[in-house]
Design a protein around this ligand. Sequence first.
Ligand SMILES: CC(C)(COP(=O)(O)OP(=O)(O)OC[C@H]1O[C@@H](n2cnc3c(N)ncnc32)[C@H](O)[C@@H]1OP(=O)(O)O)[C@@H](O)C(=O)NCCC(=O)NCCS
Length: 239
Amino acid sequence: MNQNDFLIITANATHVDFAQIICDEYESSAKARGTGIAKRSPDYVKQKMLEGKAIIAFERATGIWAGFCYIETWSHGEYVANSGLIVAPPYSKAGLAKAIKQEIFKLSRKLYPEAKIFGLTTGLAVMKINSDLGYEPVTYSELTQDDAFWAGCKSCVNYDILMSKERKNCMCTAMLYDPKDHYEPQETAQAFREKKGIYERWMRIKKRWRDLFDRDKEKTGGGGTLAAAKRMFSLRSLW
Ligand SMILES: CC(C)(COP(=O)(O)OP(=O)(O)OC[C@H]1O[C@@H](n2cnc3c(N)ncnc32)[C@H](O)[C@@H]1OP(=O)(O)O)[C@@H](O)C(=O)NCCC(=O)NCCS
C-alpha cells in the first residue's frame, strides 16, 4: 500500500461515530508498546472533529478507518500541538502517518499562522516525520508552560519521571516549529539523518532507566536508582 490508497481529509460531524474506534486504538497501542500516551475520551475526539481541528484517514477501497491526528492550542493560541497521531496497525509503514502529519501541519498553519507548532514523542518514526516538516528538537522549556497541557501527561506511565524532573525532561523528545524562526525542512531532515544513531542510542538509554526506575520503585519505594535517574535526566547536554 502507499499514500494514494488513502483518503485523508479534515474530519467533520459525519465522522463522530469513529471516535470510539480511535480511542480504543489509542489504548491498545499504548498497552502494546508499554509506553506512555495521554488518554483521550471519545467526547474529546468528537469535539475536535466538530471544530474542524482533526485529520482523519480511510482506506479508499473499503472506507475502513485508517488513521487520525488532531490540533490542540495552548497558552492562548501561542502554541499549537499536533497530537494523538495514530495509524491503524494494518496500514502501518505505508507512509500514512507521514501524510496525515503533513495535512495536520498544513491545517495548523492555516488556522494558527502565528503559532509555534510542537509535539512530544518517544518514537523515531515521528521524529523523522517532524524533521521532514521543519521541526527541530528543543528542550521542554521552549514548549508551552500552560499547566493544562502538562496535565494531559497525567495518564502517561512516565508521569512520575516528568514530575521528578519538574517538567524539564522526560522520556519524550520535544520538537518545535517556530514560524518566525525556523530551519528549512531540508536542513532539519538532514540533521535528523546525521543524528539518527545518537537518538536511537539515547532512546535505548532512556528505556533502560525507565526499567531501573520501576525496579527501584518496587523494591524501595524510590531512592538510589531514582536519584540516579534524576541525575541522568539532568544531563542537559545530551538532550
Ligand atoms: C508511529 C506511527 C504513527 C507510524 O505510522 P506509519 O504510518 O507506520 O509511519 P510511516 O509509514 O508514515 O513512516 C514515517 C516515516 O518514519 C520512518 N520510520 C519508521 N520507523 C522508523 C524508525 N524506527 N526510525 C526511523 N525512521 C522510521 C519511515 O521510514 C518513514 O520515513 P520515509 O517516509 O522517509 O520512509 C504508527 O506506528 C502508530 O500509530 N503507532 C502507535 C501510536 C504512536 O506511537 N503515535 C505517535 C505518538 S507521538
